[in-house]
Design a protein around this ligand. Structure first.
Ligand code: FNR
Length: 188
């Protein structure tokens, strides 16, 4: 059974190392049962609840993109020990209007990289807290904190270190098993 997976990249930077990690996930999953594609977040205006009465096309398209997938992967840096504002904004868009939360029962996983030794661990805990609130079942283990060193992932998304590549491939396998279980309980 194959699953459509939406990927959010929490960084809007053109030289994002998390985008490299997202590309690595695409490479490693290629040919397998997880069909990954990015759901862009950079075009969304700043959310406020005045939009709820009449969602703009960007907001509607974003919610439609989430509805079209079976599962979600968040690939994100940590900003000031939390979630980048752009990603939080996107989650706010997806969670509303009230009663139309796009994340409910949609399985998710969180992964991220930073040059720091704890590799986005604190930001991920904040993200997990948000995902719990929006009722998205999350892959609990394995956690994936990747310390980025120069050249670890190249611009094409190739992971140059074998142990890291094996770890990320295993993480994807565990996520597939998790998605399979959640989807069998909550079919779309
Ligand atoms: C950072 N960075 C950072 N790193 C970290 O490990 N913990 C943190 O809390 C922060 N905070 C932070 C805030 C802001 C505003 C910036 C711009 C950066 C450093 C960050 O990990 C590094 O810039 C990464 O390259 C960001 O990931 P992307 O954007 O390259 O994917």
């Amino acid at each position: 059974m194959s699953y459509q997976v939406g990927v959010f990249v929490g960084s809007l930077s053109k030289v994002s190392i998390n985008r490299r990690l997202a590309k690595a996930l695409l490479r490693l999953s290629s040919g397998g049962n997880l069909k990954l594609r990015e759901i862009p977040i950079g075009n969304l205006p700043l959310y406020n609840h005045d939009f709820d009465a009449d969602y703009p096309p960007e907001g509607l398209a974003f919610k439609k993109a989430i509805a079209a997938v079976d599962a979600l992967i968040f690939v994100t840096p940590e900003y000031n020990r939390s979630v980048p504002g752009a990603l939080k904004n996107a989650i706010d868009w997806g969670s509303r209007p009230w009663g139309q939360n796009s994340f409910a029962h949609k399985p998710s996983a969180v992964i991220g990289t930073s040059p720091g030794k704890i590799g986005t661990a604190v930001g991920q805990q904040h993200l997990r807290s948000i995902l719990s609130f929006v009722n998205s079942p999350e892959l609990a283990q394995p956690e994936a904190y990747i310390q980025f060193t120069e050249g670890l992932i190249n611009e094409d998304g190739e992971i140059t270190d074998q142990n890291t590549a094996a770890f990320v491939a295993d993480w994807l396998e565990k996520f597939e098993e998790f998605v399979c279980k959640v989807v069998s309980v909550n079919p779309k």
